[in-house]
Design a protein around this ligand. Structure first.
Ligand code: AMP
Ligand code: MG
Length: 406
């Protein structure tokens, strides 16, 4: 058996970022920038009003109670064709360009409108008050995103705001996924003796999509060697990674093992963790000479989920150019209910639910039965407690918890 860290080194270390491509700024959310993004435009592009109010000359409004002549109204998107002179003002809306001559805005709440063309300022105005200057947010020439930055929703907005139409970025991965097993039923048909319902494909497609990858769902491939080989070779031509579920253990009908051993360079691992002991990782060279990583997950649903989390997800993130937070964050939490286990030389990844309490600490409890086939308790968990080898942890002790969903 190898440690989890050794397995992660093999799997994550064995994957490299894909070649960057140009992408439309409107499709950048969740993606990683592959070249510094330099602004070529200013945000805002001109001095404009931060409030609804009156554009004035600060020197005219040095005390409260000054009255001014209103020359007109300036809405956002419109430019005044007059200059504000001594004793004059213009009604102005948020975002409208500050008219020539004006150098402060008196907000509407501090003004009293007198008839059609006069206004009284109930407060003195300060030079530059309520004016948003050109380039206050971004200046042309600024590096707004450096290589490795992850574009979130606000980032996508910034890219649109500076008109960065094409951004060099690491591509979103196309991840093919299949499940093996003659016992699996996917179409809702009544179960015949010995059959069970397939659950991993639904779970894994959600996990792959949540990793910001595109899913190619190949469905269930029956335990048939030649069929599996054909499917794998064909899909490798149109994907960037392959995830398989089932057939990586020691069973007699583990065709995944037979076929992948023949057509790819595979490493069959036994990790010192529970659940998710068996795992396979390898590389499949396609007929057009691309090298596709293959992640062979065990079929037991909880093992499948946990090995995707610990090995496949960080590797897929690395392939998409992520350099930070490849793994989920962990925090030291307080055990609120005894976490029982037996000594077996392995780290146990127990499914727990945690909540931050008044002491500022995360407090965790297990979510139910911890068997590798018992997905229902896993579904209630928001963390994996890394319970070290031994007899478990008593109430009040500390445990490292990996936060799922962060
Ligand atoms: P395997 O890894 O193929 O030996 O399967 C281990 C266990 O997981 C067996 O009990 C299988 O029936 C079950 N299993 C395998 N694949 C799936 C799946 N896609 N959905 C639900 N259970 C599965
Ligand atoms: Mg199987």
């Amino acid at each position: 058996m190898i440690s989890l860290a050794e397995a992660q080194e093999i799997v994550i270390g064995g994957c490299e970022p894909l070649k960057p491509v140009l992408a439309d700024c409107r499709q950048m959310t969740g993606r990683v920038v592959a070249q510094d993004v330099v602004a070529t435009e200013f945000i805002p592009p001109f001095a404009n009003s931060a409030v609804d109010g009156f554009a004035v000359r600060a020197q005219d409004v040095s005390t409260a109670g000054i009255e001014l002549n209103v020359l007109g109204v300036i809405g956002a998107g419109h430019v005044a064709n007059y200059v504000i002179g001594a004793g004059q003002a213009a009604r102005i809306m948020t975002g409208a360009p500050v008219p020539q001559g004006a150098d402060a805005i008196v907000m509407i709440e501090d003004a009293t409108v007198i008839g059609q063309t006069r206004v009284r300022c109930n407060k003195a105005a300060k030079l530059g008050e309520a004016i948003r200057n050109i380039g206050e947010d971004v200046r042309a020439g600024d590096v707004v995103f450096t290589v490795g930055s992850v574009i979130n929703s606000a980032g996508a907005g910034v890219l649109a705001g500076i008109n960065a139409r094409q951004v060099l970025t690491y591509p979103r991965l196309r991840v093919a996924m299949l499940s093996t097993g003659d016992e699996l039923v996917i179409d809702g048909a009544p179960l015949k003796p010995g059959q069970i319902r397939e659950s991993n494909l639904t779970m894994l497609s959600a996990m792959i999509a949540a990793t910001d990858c595109e899913v190619i769902n190949l469905g269930i491939i029956s335990d048939d060697e030649s069929k599996l080989e054909t499917v794998l070779r064909e899909v490798a031509l149109r994907c960037d990674a392959i995830v398989t579920s089932g057939g990586v253990g020691q069973g007699d009908f583990d065709v995944v093992k037979i076929v992948l051993s023949r057509i790819a360079q595979m490493q069959w691992m036994q990790m010192a963790i529970k659940p998710a002991k068996p795992f396979a990782f390898g590389k499949l060279t396609t007929s057009d000479s691309r090298v596709i990583p293959v992640f062979g997950l065990p079929g037991n649903p909880v093992s499948s989920m946990i090995s995707f989390e610990l090995l496949a997800r960080p590797a897929l993130r690395k392939m998409m150019g992520h350099t930070q937070n490849l793994m989920r964050p962990t925090v030291r939490a307080i055990v609120d209910k005894q976490l029982k286990r037996r000594q077996d030389g392995k780290i146990h990844l127990m499914r727990v639910f945690g909540a931050f309490e008044d002491d500022g600490r995360l407090h965790v409890r297990d979510t139910g039965p911890q068997g590798s086939h018992q997905l229902a308790a896993t579904a209630l968990a928001n963390g994996l407690a890394l319970v070290p080898d031994g007899e478990g942890l008593v109430v009040g002790s500390e445990v490292e918890v990996m936060l799922l969903g962060y």
